[in-house]
Design a protein around this ligand. Structure first.
Ligand code: FAD
Length: 293
């Protein structure tokens, strides 16, 4: 099923992201994780794509399994850094052959070690990849957006102007980078609509269970922490069980506030932790309704 159809029903949705393994050694463990997350009956599940295509085969296999074995619509990520048009087309052909209907089209972070000289890259930005995917076949295509502005952009106006190029290229929906202050998202949505970006926006939420990990992610993404969350990290960051409980409670609170204020679509960055995905689902079961846990 196409994700655009799910989003257009205009009822609250909950979806989960998983990431593929780096090697065969951990493939079975990740498959088990995806099975456990799929058992929560999310509206869809996304599978990330390792920088530079290193995990491309796993992204395909896991996405195919989620859809064809567990019966949950899947969203396969695809990046275009270090790729020729032939390489991208080969990926699209394998997605199509596997029955994958939804692709999250990303540029990807520029890797420190470039595996293909830049002049050979077919696409410099996600909008070019989105256009190419739409021309290739009947895929529903998502793009990334950044409520706190992409770190490479000079300012929000420039970032939103670039974002508009994604929707003009045919992007069907957007998923946000994580954020910890809902007012930042509400403000961002206002500016998107003002700029004429009208596709559905899925709010990306990260339940924080590991203080060291989140400090590293924040450094890369430029995401800000509100004082209320900083206090939680300071107080519970050194005690994993307490941090997990507080992180899930904070994320739940954020999600309820989003649904209550008309943001219908929420995507959870699970960090491959099915227990966290389950807790969040349980916390929202009567709010989302219709789920069999
Ligand atoms: P772009 O849209 O190309 O934007 C990158 C920068 O270029 C921005 O500053 C933008 O304003 C600017 N820009 C955009 N278009 C143009 C243009 N036409 N001309 C000039 N400037 C332009 N990374 C992975 O490696 N694998 C994943 O699976 C993955 N999944 C992600 C999922 C989500 C929801 C998000 C938010 C991010 C994800 N990322 C993933 C990270 C992402 O690859 C990085 O944030 C990357 O730096 C930017 O990707 P993009 O698709 O947003 O790039």
């Amino acid at each position: 099923m196409k994700i655009s159809e799910i989003l257009n029903k205009n009822v609250p949705t909950l979806s989960f992201e998983v990431f593929p393994p780096k090697t065969d050694v951990t493939l079975a463990a990740v498959m088990k994780t995806t099975e456990e997350v799929a058992a929560l009956r999310p509206d869809f599940m996304s599978v990330t794509f390792g920088a530079g295509g290193t995990t491309g085969k796993y992204t395909l296999d896991i996405s195919e399994n989620i859809q064809n074995k567990f019966g949950v619509p899947s969203l396969a990520h695809l990046t275009c850094v270090c790729s020729t048009a032939e390489m991208i087309n080969a990926r699209l052909a394998s997605f199509k052959a596997a029955g994958i209907e939804n692709i999250m089209a990303l540029r990807g972070d520029i890797p420190k070690e470039i595996t293909l000289p830049r002049e050979k890259w077919a696409y410099s930005h996600a909008d070019e990849l989105i256009r190419a995917i739409k021309e290739y076949g009947d895929f529903c295509v998502g793009g990334a957006c950044y409520p706190e502005t992409h770190p490479e952009s000079q300012n929000r106006r420039e970032d939103i102007a670039n974002l508009k190029k994604k929707t003009e290229a045919g992007c069907d929906f957007l998923t946000t980078q994580m954020f910890f202050d809902n007012n930042i998202l509400f403000n961002f949505l206002y500016h998107l609509r003002e700029a004429g970006v009208n596709v559905p926006v899925i709010a990306g939420i990260m339940p924080v269970t590991n203080a060291v990990q989140i400090r590293r992610i924040l450094q890369i993404s430029g995401t800000q922490l509100p004082q209320r969350f900083k206090a939680i990290l300071d107080k519970f960051g050194e005690t994993p069980a307490a941090m997990t409980q507080a992180g899930i409670a904070y994320a739940t609170d954020q999600i309820i506030d989003l649904y209550a204020n008309g943001v219908n679509h929420v995507h959870i960055y699970t960090m491959n932790n099915p227990a966290v995905a389950r807790k969040i689902s349980e916390n929202l079961s009567d709010i989302i309704g219709r789920r069999q846990l």
